[in-house]
Design a protein around this ligand. Structure first.
Ligand SMILES: Cc1cc2nc3c(=O)[nH]c(=O)nc-3n(C[C@H](O)[C@H](O)[C@H](O)COP(=O)(O)O)c2cc1C
Length: 198
């Protein structure tokens, strides 16, 4: 039922707009082993972004951290869409839990993962970026996202805006959520196109 509803919403163009992934224009960034973190938010019971994050973390030999909203979103898809819509369009910062054991100072490269929500990054990720703006300065970051058919939409652009100018932003990539579990190779290539572990 949930999958049918999601498919219908995408078909109806509720999540309008679709753009290409940005190409990797540069050589992979060299990074020391152990200096990579993967930080993600995922909402659906399918855990599409979680799967992508786990696969990316394994390939990058990275520590994995999850962002959680202090007040979880409604577990019903349509209700969650309604709840998230004003936050996404208004760039409202949804309060998040403190992530136990995360010290950003220990990492040089951070991969960030989010589902595509209303064409942009999910509010809990926006909150994390805002709360950690200072700690992210000087680091290299890259966004990956999973989506329901809309592709990259505004995520790459708004992620880059959210991290600010003192952060090196590598090319983002979008993965269709429904087929992410058969995209292991593409997820691994996402990593090796961007970083080379010394
Ligand atoms: C609140 C909400 C808004 C969404 N908005 C979009 C959208 O604008 N474009 C799109 O392609 N998919 C959209 N989706 C679908 C999700 O991006 C997709 O199912 C994703 O893979 C879910 O990742 P998760 O399992 O990690 O939560 C939306 C889903 C939700 C719950």
């Amino acid at each position: 039922m949930c999958k049918i509803l999601k498919g219908a919403l995408v078909m109806l163009g509720l999540f309008a707009g679709c753009s290409e992934n940005e190409a990797t224009a540069q050589e992979p960034v060299e990074v020391a082993k152990g200096k990579v973190a993967v930080i993600y938010f995922s909402w659906s019971p399918d855990g599409n972004t979680r799967f992508a994050a786990e696969t990316i973390a394994k390939k990058a030999e990275a520590k994995l951290f999850e962002i959680k909203a202090k007040t979880p979103y409604n577990s019903d898809f349509r209700a969650c869409c309604d709840e998230a819509k004003p936050e996404c369009y208004g760039k409202i910062l949804r309060p998040i839990e403190k992530i136990e054991g995360l010290d950003l100072a220990a990492y040089d490269v951070v991969f960030f993962g989010t589902p595509n929500w209303w064409g942009t990054i999910a509010p809990p990720l926006r909150t994390f970026l805002a709360e950690n703006a200072k700690a992210l300065e000087g680091k290299t970051v890259a966004l990956f996202q999973t989506h329901g058919g809309g592709g990259m939409q505004r995520l790459g652009k708004e992620f880059a805006e959210a991290v600010g100018e003192k952060v090196k932003v590598l090319a983002p990539k979008a993965f269709p959520g429904s087929s992410v579990r058969s995209a292991t190779k593409a997820l691994e290539t996402f990593v090796t196109d961007r970083i080379s572990i010394k």
